[in-house]
Design a protein around this ligand. Structure first.
Ligand code: ATP
Ligand code: DP6
Length: 450
């Protein structure tokens, strides 16, 4: 029985913060839909949670009579299979908890009956192709594991996050992460492992182009199911191409060999989108702007004779561009702003989010500086310049970052410790307001019941 010293009903809470990740060798295709077991290994880079992150507070109290969750301030249903799997797997591993200061003792057996309240906030648009599900489920598993005093062994936590969304398992570590597909039908060996931490290759700079898109894309879950059923290229890729690429990518990361890293990253992204085209009916995730960005990078890389930037695209039109160092990132930003200038009424500082110091390094202080940008040298000599104002909503500059962390400052908790429900307003909305503005207040758009 859960006990407390006083007669007041108590609430115990934990708050955590988790990053998103971007795959450089893609996961696409499941051998088990319920357990979320993939048909190939994948490798990702964790993005710095200082720029893009999920914050989640989990709370337990004997006064709660059901499990409840609020995402970006709105209550959502936890009845979906994926949330249920995560909660079940976490509860199964819960341990004894004692908070001497608060006089709370919870025994392992109590967790089956105790209900939790979960409040989560993504500081970037949800369900908009920026991997909110990856950061979200990693944060959920991490925060609940801390609350329930789970002694994590052998990547177990990653196998729980995986059951929320496959790519989420890779967000449990910083730096460079491999999701080992595993062989066992139970899925216990399908876990994430860290290949190198975030300081191993800290020259890299990542610029994300949030590409404007009208259409609602096919979800990753549905898209990969359709590819699995209809694309012969997918099966060739998972059996023959990916195993070789995984080894080459691990070596490139180990040696900080940008040339190989960029070649493999671009080739794997392109093959993933080729698989989508090979699916019946074909799936189109990239749009004209996505392709223009690829052209811009390819042309520049060829002009330099050695790759400066790698590109990769997930199940949507947004480009993730990885520059070999800050000098290359500055030159990349100038090219991007030259080809994709903001709409006339946009402030430069709300067009480039995240690490804004790159603007200064690129010598871009005002919109005038952007207007005065010269065509890059690789397009001289007869190639027509096609400028596309308004086709990119905004850019985010970031870098490889750390894995999930605990937020110890109780003031930053998203749940009110007196009521057990989310605070009406919180300090957490302040520093990343810009993302909320960018998404036009629709941070919960596209929420489905996973
Ligand atoms: N912070 C969170 N905590 C728990 N679940 C979340 C959180 N954020 C998002 N999700 C879940 O993930 C779903 C969105 O996943 P979806 O795959 O559609 O978008 P995405 O991950 O943002 O983009 P993409 O997968 O295209 O990169 C939400 O509907 C919700 O169920
Ligand atoms: C293209 C990808 O981003 C696919 C991610 O798929 P999800 O992890 O979103 O799919 P589910 O497991 O069905 O939730 C590639 C990748 O991240 O490896």
């Amino acid at each position: 029985m859960a006990v407390s010293k006083g007669s007041e009903p108590w609430i115990l809470m934990v708050t955590a913060r988790s990053p998103t990740n971007i795959a450089v060798i893609k996961y696409w295709g499941k051998r088990d839909e319920t357990l979320i077991l993939p048909i190939n290994d994948s490798i990702s880079v964790t993005l710095d949670p200082d720029h893009l992150c999920t914050t989640t507070t989990v709370a337990v109290s004997p006064a709660f009579d059901s499990d409840r969750m609020w995402l970006n301030g709105k209550e959502i249903s936890l009845s979906g299979g994926r949330y249920q799997s995560c909660l079940r797997e976490i509860r199964r591993r819960a341990g004894d908890v004692e908070d001497e200061k608060k006089g709370i003792r919870i025994r392992k057996v109590d967790w089956e009956r105790l209900r939790v309240h979960i409040a989560s906030y993504n500081n970037f648009p949800t369900a908009a192709g920026l991997a909110s599900s990856a950061a979200g489920f990693a944060c959920l598993a991490f925060a609940l594991a801390k609350l329930m005093n789970i002694k994590e062994e052998n990547g177990e936590l990653s196998s729980i996050a995986r059951q929320g969304s496959g790519s989420a398992c890779r967000s449990l570590y910083g730096g460079f992460v491999k999701w080992v597909m595993g062989n066992d039908a139970s899925g216990h060996d399908s876990i994430a492992v860290q290949l190198a931490n975030e300081s191993h290759w800290d020259d890299l700079v990542i610029i994300i182009a949030a590409v404007s898109s009208q259409q609602k894309e096919t979800s990753s879950t549905a898209g990969m199911r359709e590819s699995f059923d209809t694309s012969t290229l997918l099966h060739y890729r998972s059996k023959v191409v990916v195993p070789r690429r995984i080894l080459q990518m691990e070596e490139a990361i180990r040696n900080r060999d940008f040339q190989s890293f960029a070649r493999l990253t671009c080739a794997d992204s392109n093959q993933f989108h080729a698989v989508c085209l090979d699916t019946s009916p074909p799936i189109f995730y990239m749009n004209d702007t996505s392709r223009r960005i690829i052209n811009c990078v390819e042309r520049w890389n060829q002009f330099e004779g050695t790759p400066q930037v790698a590109y990769t695209y997930d199940a949507g039109p947004n480009a993730v561009l990885i520059a070999c160092n800050r000098a290359a990132a500055s030159l990349l930003l100038k090219r991007l702003l030259f080809y994709f200038p903001p709409s006339p009424d946009t402030e430069l500082t709300s067009y480039l989010l995240g690490d804004k110091s790159i603007l200064e390094e690129a010598g871009l202080q005002t919109m005038k500086d952007v207007e005065n940008l010269q065509a890059p040298p690789e397009i001289k000599g007869g190639i027509s310049v096609d400028k596309n104002s308004g086709s990119v909503s905004y850019f985010i500059c970031t870098r490889p970052g750390r894995g999930p962390t605990l937020v110890v400052d109780e003031d930053q908790a998203l749940i009110d410790p007196r009521t057990g429900i989310p605070k009406k307003t919180g300090p957490y909305f302040g520093c990343f307001d810009e993302f909320a503005r960018q998404s036009h207040g629709s941070l919960v758009d596209g929420i489905d019941c996973l």
